[in-house]
Ligand binder design. Structure first.
Ligand code: SF4
Length: 414
């Protein structure tokens, strides 16, 4: 394999990395090369678009250092028993590739993950070395996201945070039971232990910077994780509760949900079909409700069905509203902002407009219609100066009136 050209290895290792969803570059510290110092910028435009299997756009050079692995996680195409072409980069090659892509304005940074070669420590050292070359030898100021290896020595994981903007430690599966079954070499306690230490390091570094201007940054874009959805029996309620616990306990910036993709020659313990992609989408919507709309995880869970799964034919906010109709209708002229967020069809922009407009006049239904995208979805859940939906909100067939009629197209049918 070592005889393969850089391009051949890039094809293998970029393809092997596409299953990882957790590489958004939001929220990092501002860095640039103004004044002719260094190279790269975390704010720049001119981005290469890589695509995950489900079509999401990723603007980083996203590769694995190697797809060799001594572990045998059932859901992973790179597991040791998988029959795939293997390749490996040296840290110098990763850095050179990143710089050459950056200079061509294809990317805004690097997302680097790896299979585990020789040992977790050895792999972690190589990941760190790639980032070190970029930062120290090239003075690279673009974005770096490093996937850390929780089984590696804590000191190594610690060092990674001084080079990376973001570090991520994948919990992989929503339940410990699922992890034990599908990733027998991994250990849930070890993963959470690494997350806990990273959180402490991030807080320490933030604290140091409030006191010393030049204290080193540690993972300024925080840490994230990824959960695979649909590879085991975990319900949406399990996933939402786990994500909520991770946000609370480790201060994660993001939890990414990745619908399980069947892989070639997959293990018999895995389902043959991937879950509908819309399930992943519903989980992102529920995540949004909790992080930005003030819902508690228990409220999102209350919107699930008897199996603990969110409905696929409507968004979780609508599902919650239909289940808890006693909360509605809400008066658009008087209801607090945080309650208006709960009205299906009203997003942050619409609520901002309503709150601003009602300072000047008492809003009628047609006023609300002008401030929202679609009044049809909103009408049953609000009161306005000239509108009360008394009979509408109690109708037995309300669900069929407000739920979307069309089915989402499957872009990549299984
Ligand atoms: S440790 Fe990572 S690369 Fe190796 S088999 Fe498990 S998920 Fe795949």
């Amino acid at each position: 394999m070592s005889k393969n050209s850089i391009l051949e290895r890039l094809a293998i290792l970029a393809d092997a990395a596409k299953y990882d969803a957790s590489c958004a570059s939001s929220g990092t510290a501002k860095r640039n090369s103004l004044g002719g110092k260094g190279i790269g910028s975390t704010e720049g435009m001119g981005i290469c678009h890589a695509y995950a299997p489900d079509g999401r756009c990723i603007s980083l050079l996203k590769i694995l250092l190697t797809n060799h692995c001594i572990f045998d996680c059932h859901y992973c195409i790179n597991r040791k028993s998988s029959n795939v072409r293997r390749a490996r980069f040296t840290p110098q090659e990763v850095a050179d590739l990143t710089i050459s892509f950056y200079r061509r304005n294809y990317i805004e940074g690097l997302f680097l993950s790896s299979g585990i070669v020789k040992s977790a420590d050895r792999t972690m050292e190589q990941l760190i070395e790639s980032a070190r070359i970029l930062r120290e030898d090239h003075d690279f100021r673009g974005y770096i996201h490093l996937k850390t290896i929780p089984e590696a020595d804590a000191e190594l994981v610690h060092r990674a945070g001084f080079y990376a903007d973001r570090v991520s430690i994948n919990v992989e599966l929503p339940t410990d039971r699922g992890l034990t079954r599908l990733a027998p070499d991994k250990n849930a306690r070890q993963i959470e232990g690494a997350m806990g230490r990273t959180r402490a390091d991030i807080l320490d570094a933030r604290d140091a910077r409030t006191r010393f201007k030049y204290a080193p940054r540690f993972a300024p874009a925080g840490q994230s994780t990824q959960m695979i959805v649909g590879a085991d029996q975990a319900s949406d309620a399990d996933i939402v509760n786990r994500a909520n616990r991770l946000y609370g306990k480790f201060g994660l910036r993001r939890v990414y949900y990745s619908a399980f993709s069947p892989i070639p020659d997959s293990s018999a313990v895995l389902p043959l079909k991937r879950p509908p992609l819309v399930r992943e989408h519903r989980l992102y919507q529920s995540d949004w409700l909790i992080r930005f709309y003030g819902y508690r995880a228990s409220e999102v869970v209350a919107a699930t069905d008897s199996h603990g799964n969110l409905p696929l034919d409507m968004d979780p906010k609508l599902a919650w509203a239909l289940k808890f109709r006693e909360t509605f209708p809400l008066d658009v002229n008087r209801a607090p902002r945080e309650m208006l967020y709960r009205v299906p069809g009203l997003g942050v922009t619409a609520v901002n407009r309503i709150v601003a407009a009602r300072r000047h006049k008492s809003l009628r239904l047609e006023d609300v219609a002008r401030l929202t995208v679609s009044i049809a979805k909103v009408r049953p859940f609000i009161c306005a100066a000239d509108w009360r939906p008394t009979r509408l909100i109690d109708r037995g067939d309300l669900r069929s009136l407000v739920a979307p009629r069309h089915e989402q197209m499957e872009l990549f049918p299984a």
